[in-house]
Design a protein around this ligand. Structure first.
Ligand SMILES: C[S@@+](CC[C@H](N)C(=O)[O-])C[C@H]1O[C@@H](n2cnc3c(N)ncnc32)[C@H](O)[C@@H]1O
Length: 118
């Protein structure tokens, strides 16, 4: 699963949706109604192309999500995911986060965070 924070027009989410496989999902979160409407406009077309709905767009403030975004950003700043071995290390870190997360925190269960480079 890919979580795209501040998904805007949905471009990154739709790219991710092509990479997550048949059972994967790319979820975009944005607070702007116009951006959500624009992103959702292509959902049907993309679902047809990909053989199922793999991209979803939800309204919300990033800061309201029960995720420790600061910890994630801190990790990715020091360990960008550019190779398969980086991804394995990220998964190990996620497992540690889940073990150490306070009960009211969402942690990073089942999520894969990709840093896409321009
Ligand atoms: C510059 S756009 C980036 C869009 C997209 N990530 C891309 O690369 O094409 C930033 C988006 O983040 C959203 N955004 C900014 N702050 C946000 C927040 N605190 N919570 C949710 N969405 C936010 C804005 O509404 C906007 O659509």
């Amino acid at each position: 699963m890919v979580l795209d924070l501040g998904s805007g027009s949905g471009k990154v989410c739709y790219i991710a949706a092509q990479l997550v496989g048949q059972t994967g999902r790319a979820i975009g979160v944005d607070i702007n109604d116009d951006m959500l409407a624009l992103a959702r406009k292509y959902q049907g077309e993309m679902a047809s192309k990909l053989g199922g709905v793999r991209a979803q767009f939800l309204k919300g403030y990033i800061q309201d999500l029960a995720l420790d975004v600061e910890a994630l950003e801190g990790y990715l700043a020091e360990h960008p995911v550019v190779a398969a071995s980086d991804y394995v290390r990220l998964q190990e870190w996620q497992a540690e986060q889940r073990l150490n997360a306070p009960p009211d925190r969402g942690s990073f269960c089942g999520c894969c965070y990709l840093q896409l480079r321009a």
